[in-house]
Design a binder for this molecule. Structure first.
Ligand code: SAM
Length: 292
C-alpha cells in the first residue's frame, strides 16, 4: 500500500502530470492544463507536430519530446531520467485523456514504481462526452475502447460483451464503422444505440436510434469523421440455474440424506435444508414431521 498526498511537500519533488487536451475545440483546454504545460520542464507528446500547434495557440514554449506507442521503452526511460533529475514532466496525447485508448498507462506505472507522484488533470474525453448526451442510461457503463481490427476477433469480443447489462462505449475509426455496426446488430440483436460524431467540432452530430435503424444508416451514408459508439446494455433476464445436489429430492429425502450421510441430528438437518432451499425452518419441519 502506498499513499500519495498530491499537493503536500512529501517524497520526491518531481511530478509526472497526465494532461488532457481538447478533442476538437481549443476552448476545451483548461486554465490549469495551460499552466501545468507552461510550468513543467518538458512535455512528452504522442505527436509533437500536433502538440506544437496547441502550444503555439496557448503561448506555451516548454520543450517537447516524443512519447508514443512505438518508442515507449526508450522515451519512457528518458522521462524517468528527467524525473530523477528533479524535473517534472507532462504527458499529452493527440486528443483527450492520455491513457484512454492512448499512450499514458505504461509511463504512469513506471513513474509510480520509481516513487514519483503521478497527477492527472480533468478535461476533455470523447467517451464521457458522448455518453452523457447519448440518451442511453449513463450508469453503470463499460468502456471498451477500440474493438479488434480482425473481423473474427471483433465478433468474439462482441459475443463476450453480449450479456453485459452495462451501457457499452466504443471508439471506432470511420473506415470500420459500417462493418462494426453490422456485426453489433448481428451479435447484440436490436438495441438502442447512439453514434456521436465529430464531438465539439463544427460538424458535430448525434445519430440516435436502434441497431436495426443504424445498420441501414451506415449502409447508405458516407461515413466521415471521428465516432464514439454508445450501445444499450443487455435487457435479458439472467436465469440462474444452480445445479444443487438436492434438486429433485423431496424435502423429506433431503432431510434424511443429512441425517444418514452427514450424521446430523434431525433438528440440525432441518435447519440445513431450510438454509439450502432458502425457506423457513417451520416449513421443512412441517413437511418432515407432520406430513410424513
Ligand atoms: N484519448 C482520447 C479520449 O480521451 O477520448 C481518445 C483517443 S483515441 C486514439 C481516438 C478515438 O476517440 C477516435 O477514433 C474516436 O473514436 C474517439 N474520438 C476522439 N475525438 C473524438 C471526437 N471529437 N468526436 C468523436 N469521437 C472522438
Amino acid at each position: 500500500m502506498k499513499s500519495q498526498k498530491s499537493y503536500q511537500n512529501e517524497g520526491k519533488e518531481a511530478v509526472l502530470y497526465l494532461v488532457p487536451t481538447p478533442i476538437g475545440n481549443l476552448e476545451d483546454m483548461t486554465f490549469r492544463a495551460v499552466r501545468i504545460l507552461k510550468e513543467v520542464a518538458i512535455i512528452a507528446a504522442e505527436d509533437t507536430r500536433n502538440t506544437i500547434k496547441l502550444c503555439n495557440h496557448f503561448e506555451i514554449d516548454t520543450p517537447l519530446m516524443s512519447y508514443h506507442e512505438h518508442n515507449q521503452l526508450s522515451a519512457g526511460a528518458q522521462i524517468i531520467d528527467k524525473l530523477s533529475n528533479g524535473l517534472s514532466v507532462a504527458i499529452v496525447s493527440d486528443a483527450g485523456m492520455p491513457g484512454i485508448s492512448d499512450p499514458g498507462y505504461e509511463i504512469a506505472n513506471s513513474a509510480l514504481e520509481a516513487g514519483y507522484k503521478v497527477i492527472s488533470l480533468p478535461g476533455a474525453n470523447a467517451a464521457l462526452t458522448a455518453l452523457i448526451s447519448s440518451g442511453i442510461l449513463p450508469q453503470p457503463f463499460y468502456f471498451f475502447g477500440f474493438l479488434d481490427r480482425n473481423k473474427g476477433k471483433k465478433k468474439r469480443e462482441l459475443e463476450e460483451l453480449k450479456s453485459k447489462k452495462e451501457t457499452l462505449i466504443f471508439y471506432e475509426s470511420p473506415h470500420r464503422l459500417k462493418e462494426t455496426i453490422q456485426k453489433m446488430s448481428e451479435v447484440f440483436g436490436d438495441r438502442k444505440i447512439t453514434l456521436a460524431r465529430e464531438l465539439t467540432k463544427k460538424f458535430e452530430e448525434y445519430i440516435r436510434g436502434s441497431l436495426n435503424e443504424l445498420k441501414d444508416w451506415v449502409s447508405t451514408e458516407e461515413i466521415r469523421g471521428e465516432f464514439v459508439i454508445i450501445v444499450e446494455g443487455s435487457n435479458e433476464i439472467e436465469i440462474l440455474t444452480k445445479n444443487e445436489w438436492w434438486q429433485g429430492l423431496s424435502i423429506e429425502d433431503h432431510v434424511n440424506t443429512y441425517i444418514n450421510r452427514e450424521k446430523l441430528k434431525p433438528n440440525e438437518a432441518i435447519k440445513q435444508v431450510a438454509k439450502d432451499r432458502d425457506v423457513q425452518k417451520r416449513e421443512v419441519y412441517q413437511k418432515f414431521h407432520i406430513e410424513k
